[in-house]
Design a protein around this ligand. Structure first.
Ligand code: NB4
Ligand code: NI
Length: 188
C-alpha cells in the first residue's frame, strides 16, 4: 500500500515534469499503480486506517506524486461528500469547459506540499473529460463542483503544475471574475 513516505514533496523534479501517456493494454505494473493510487485515497478517508498508517486524507492522488511520471490518477468521493465518484483514469483530457469559474473558499492543499498556501485557486466550474479505464475503453464524463476541481488539480500534476501556481501572489484572495465559490469544510 502507498504510505506517506512514498509521496514525493515540493522541490522534487518529478512534480514539475510533463508525465508520459500510458500504453495499452496496460502492463501489470501500470495496472497495479492505478489500483494502488485508488487504494490510497480510499484508505486515507477511513478514519481507522488513516490513523493506523498516519495517512493524510485525500480525495485524489496522481502517479507523479509517487514519483511515477505517468498520466494516471485516482479520485474518490464517497457519499459523505454528497458526490459518489470513485475512479482511476488513464491519459485523461479535458475536452471542453464552462466559461464560468469556481474555487474552494477554503483554498486547496496538496499531499506533496507540507505547508498551507492560502488563496483562491481559480478552476473551471464544469468540465467534460475523456479518459481511458483499466480496460482501455474510453470514458466520457461531465463534472462539476468538487469532482471538477479535484480532476483539474490532478490533471495539473500530470503537467507539472502545482495548485499554488494559480494563486495571485500579490492578492491571494482577490475576487475571481465570473466565479462561484464552493464553501466546504477546510481542504486538508
Ligand atoms: C487534492 C484536492 C485539493 C483540492 C478538498 C479536499 C482533501 C486532497 C488533495 C481539490 C483536490 C490531494 C492530490 C480532503 C478532503 C473531504 C472529503 C471525506 C471523508 C476525509 C475527506 C476530506 F481530504 N481535499 N485533501 N487534499 N492532492 N477534501 N476531504 N472527506 O485531496 O494533493 O494531488 O474523508
Ligand atoms: Ni496535489
Amino acid at each position: 500500500m502507498i504510505r506517506m513516505k512514498d509521496i514525493i514533496r515540493e522541490g522534487h523534479p518529478t512534480l514539475r515534469e510533463r508525465a508520459e501517456e500510458v500504453k495499452f493494454p496496460l502492463s501489470e505494473e501500470d495496472r497495479k499503480l492505478g489500483e494502488d493510487l485508488l487504494e490510497y485515497v480510499v484508505n486515507s478517508q477511513d478514519d481507522e486506517l488513516a490513523e493506523k498508517y498516519d495517512l493524510r486524507p485525500g480525495v485524489g492522488i496522481a502517479a507523479p506524486q509517487v514519483n511515477q511520471a505517468k498520466r494516471i490518477f485516482a479520485l474518490h468521493f464517497d457519499n459523505s461528500t454528497g458526490e459518489n465518484l470513485s475512479l482511476v483514469v488513464f491519459n485523461p483530457k479535458i475536452v471542453s469547459h464552462s466559461v464560468e469559474k469556481t474555487y474552494l473558499a477554503a483554498g486547496e492543499g496538496c499531499l506533496s506540499v507540507d505547508r498551507a498556501v492560502p488563496g483562491y485557486v481559480p478552476r473551471y466550474a464544469r468540465i467534460t473529460i475523456k479518459a481511458l479505464n483499466f480496460d482501455g475503453e474510453e470514458i466520457k464524463m461531465r463534472l462539476k463542483g468538487l469532482p471538477a476541481i479535484a480532476f483539474q488539480h490532478e490533471l495539473d500534476h500530470l503537467n507539472g503544475v502545482m495548485f499554488f501556481d494559480h494563486i495571485d501572489s500579490k492578492n491571494p484572495f482577490a475576487e475571481i471574475e465570473n466565479a462561484i465559490p464552493i464553501e466546504r469544510d477546510s481542504a486538508e
